[in-house]
Structures are given as C-alpha cells and as structure tokens.
Design a binder for this molecule. Structure first.
Ligand SMILES: *Cc1c(COP(=O)(O)O)cnc(C)c1O
Length: 434
C-alpha cells in the first residue's frame, strides 16, 4: 500500500504530531513493555529479536492451564478450545498473514526443525543437479542445517553450496546478480534457499522474481521468513514459492521459543513421491487413532507435522495472531514504512557524520529494521543506548540493528533513539567522522 510520505522534520514536535495522527497508536497498549528503574517503559526497538508480550497472552495460556487442571486428558476433546484440533485455530490467520491458502500452512515445531523437514522433502540432489544456492553469511542455523543436509545426502558442502554475496563495496544483494547466477549455473542447482528479509542487513528480497527465475531453471525455491513474517506483506501462494519456514517469536510476538510456521505450496499438497520424515500428527486425521501401520499424510502442509503440538505455546501465539489479524498486514506495512522512513530521515540528518545505514533505501526492499554501521566506537554508542534504557541489538564488529515495529513503537521512540546517538556523538568530539 502506498501512502503519501509525510514531510518529516527533526523537531520533537514532528514526532509528537506523527504519534498524534498515528492510526495504529492504540495498539501500543496491548503489549507489555520492560520497565526502566523509574517505572516508565523502556524504548524497546528489538522486536526483530524477541517481540513483546501481548497483554492477553497470559489469559490465553491460563485458559489452557485451567482446562488441563479441570479436565485432565479429557481436555483434548472437551476443553473450551479442544486440544486435538487446537493448532487449526491458527490456520486461517496464518494463511492471511503470509498470503497463502489454508491448506498450505501449518504451525508446528520450531524454525530450524521445519527447515530440516523441508530440506528432507525438497532437496533431492542428483548427480548433475545437487547444489544449493544461498546467501553468504546466512543466519548460522540455516548454514548448519543446510551443510548437514548436504552431507547427509553424500555431497560436500564445499562444492554443493553456492553463495551469492553483495558486490565488493556494497552492503546488500542485487536481484540481477542472483538471476544471472541462475542463468549461468541454474541447471546444477537443485534448491534455492534464501532469507526473505536478511537478518543482518534488513534487505527484503523480491521473492516472486527469484522464484520465477528459479522455476524457469527447474530449481525448487524455498525461503526462510524469520525476519519477514509479520514484518512485510507476503504473497506466498501467488509468488509460487515452493516452501517457506519462519519463527513466531520475533515480529509475531508469540513468546520465547514459540511454535513456528511452515508453508508448502498447494502444488505439493498431495505428492507422494517426496521423501519425508513422518510422525503421527501428519497422518490422516480420521484414522490417526486407529494407529494403522501405514503412514498416510494429510494433504497439504499439515502432512509434515510430527508430534502433537505444545498447546501452551499455541495459546500464546493465538493472542498475538488475533492482533495481527485485527490490524491486517496492509495497515501495518503502511505505518511501518512511515516509521522506518522517519528513522532513516533522522539518522541522515543527525548521524550521517559517524554512522551509515546498510539497509536498502527503497521501502520495497526492506522491512522495518535498519542496520547501522558506525565508523568507530560503535560499541560505545550501543552501551550508551543501553544505559539510557533503549533496547536494540549489537552485532560484532560494528553494527547496531534497530527495529521500530509498527504495532507498538512510536515516533517518539525513534526520536529518542536518534537523540541519544547524536548527543553522545556531540559530547565526544574525538570520534572520527566517516
Ligand atoms: C531467528 C532466526 C533463526 C532461529 O532459528 P530457531 O530454530 O527458531 O532457533 C533461524 N534463521 C533465521 C534466518 C533467523 O533469523
């Protein structure tokens, strides 16, 4: 959704005015903020790492604890929300969140587990086509998972993993470089596996263009959406992506270690030729309890489930997903572009002498996070932010990632972040300019 961009200024009154007219301002009240010593909320800009707790999460979890206490095993069928089909309560909302059909999504396991399950099914190397294309410096868990799957299939990660990197002197990937690589080497690539939004740079890739180009070369295309789900608008079904995985504790506010998400395109829903690591929860629901010996997968993403799921975690996720569903991604994205645009504006005005933004400038190529590289003494800036109760995160050797999330962050939060940086810089004239 495009909105006319607000004309920003560096005055505090601009931040106040933007907050006053923010159509999503009321949602801040629906989250619990860590507190400073004086009881005021911290300036929390770390929703890319762990999203805040919805005020309703405790009630949702308590309901399940109470039903467990009251009913014991019978809660599987007689709880207010019976546990047997409990995960289905999240299906429609999850489908809307990522632009999928309900049959294509499921919440299960955690991200890295889901990534392994998808690789088992969708990385089918042959003698001539065995490579996996990924981004250099992918999130470590993705690297380990992919390396181990490659070895598991009897290939050498050294030759089987192809990495795309930013060009020398650049900070993010160019779609054209990915497409070119597919053009030249596509017939050796079995699988393209990329982060939809890069955790480090904050770059959002063009999922559709990459998927189309991959399919044109007969590659399977999967995405890790850990930093994309709940952050950017996704259209997984129409993009044609084969599979995707994401976690729910970052932008989705499901709580630490929360049950994760998985998408499998409808094209694959009833395929029986795929390898899969199976478990009883993926078996046809109507015969599951007859405990047949032969596994018969549920058509669609649910067929990849292994175990009966953690109800308490699902309950907390429901609290968060109700909020996402109420707001809807288009409204969330509209505010997000404004809020991050404001952060970018202030950084350019106040901090350009000592800090540089690594994240792409175009709103279509990023989510809400900006990654900021310091010319020197970055860690001191970070320590000062912490001292002033501003929560963001530090990546060695010189980067601060800051994520103003549209559900609960204000323009005042952003203002304060930049104010602390620029004051600290001005108080320390010894810091070198870029
Ligand atoms: C956060 C994140 C993970 C974390 O994996 P878990 O299995 O949830 O611990 C994996 N990959 C990416 C890209 C991430 O950003």
């Amino acid at each position: 959704m495009t909105q006319p961009m607000t004309a920003y200024s560096t005055s505090l009154s601009c931040a106040k005015e933007l907050d006053r007219t923010d159509p999503l301002a009321a949602y801040r009240e629906r989250f619990l903020f860590p507190k400073r010593k004086d009881g005021e909320p911290c300036t929390y800009l770390c929703g890319n790492s762990l999203g805040l707790q919805p005020t309703t999460a405790a009630e949702f979890v308590k309901q399940e604890l109470d039903d467990w206490a009251r009913l014991g095993v019978d809660a599987h069928f007689r709880a207010q929300h019976p546990w047997m089909p409990y995960h289905e309560l999240l299906t429609e909302q999850t489908a809307r969140l990522v632009g999928a059909r309900p049959v294509e999504v499921v919440v299960m396991n955690t991200l890295t587990v889901n990534l392994h399950l998808m690789l088992v099914s969708f990385y089918q190397p042959t003698r001539t086509r065995y490579k996996i294309l990924m981004e250099s410096k992918a999130f470590p868990s993705d690297q380990y998972a992919i390396q181990s799957q490659v070895r598991h299939r009897g290939y050498d990660p050294e030759s089987a993993i192809v990495e795309v990197s930013p060009r020398v002197g650049e900070t993010h990937l160019r779609t054209e470089d990915i497409l070119e690589l597919l053009e030249s080497d596509g017939d050796t690539i079995a699988l393209i596996m990329l982060g939809g939004v890069n955790y480090y740079s904050g770059q959002c890739l063009d999922l559709q263009a990459i998927t189309r180009a991959g399919h044109a070369r007969d590659c399977i295309v999967g995405f890790d959406l850990a930093h994309a789900a709940g952050n950017v608008e996704l259209n997984l079904h129409d993009s044609g992506v084969d599979f995707a995985v994401w976690c729910s504790y970052k932008y989705l506010n499901g709580g630490p270690g929360c049950i994760a998400g998985c998408f499998v395109h409808e094209h694959h829903a009833t395929r029986t030729d795929l390898h899969r690591f199976a478990g009883w929860w993926g078996h046809n629901k109507s015969t599951r309890f007859r405990m047949p010996q032969q596994f018969e997968p549920i058509p669609g993403a649910e067929g990849w489930q292994l175990s009966n799921p953690p109800i308490l975690s699902l309950a907390a996720l429901r609290a968060a997903m109700d909020i996402f569903d109420e707001v809807g991604m288009p409204r969330l994205r509209a505010k997000s572009e404004q809020l991050t645009g404001y952060l970018e504006f202030l950084l350019q005005q106040e901090c350009s002498g000592f800090a540089r933004i690594l994240t792409p400038e175009s709103p279509g190529m990023r989510g809400c996070q900006l990654s900021i590289r310091f010319s020197a003494n970055g860690k001191q800036f970070f320590d000062e932010l912490r001292k002033q109760d501003i929560v963001c995160d530090w990546r060695e050797p010189d980067v601060i990632r800051v994520a103003p999330v549209p559900l609960y962050n204000t323009y005042r939060d952003v203002y304060r972040f930049v104010e602390v940086l620029s004051k600290f810089h001005n108080g320390r004239p010894g810091i070198e300019p870029l």
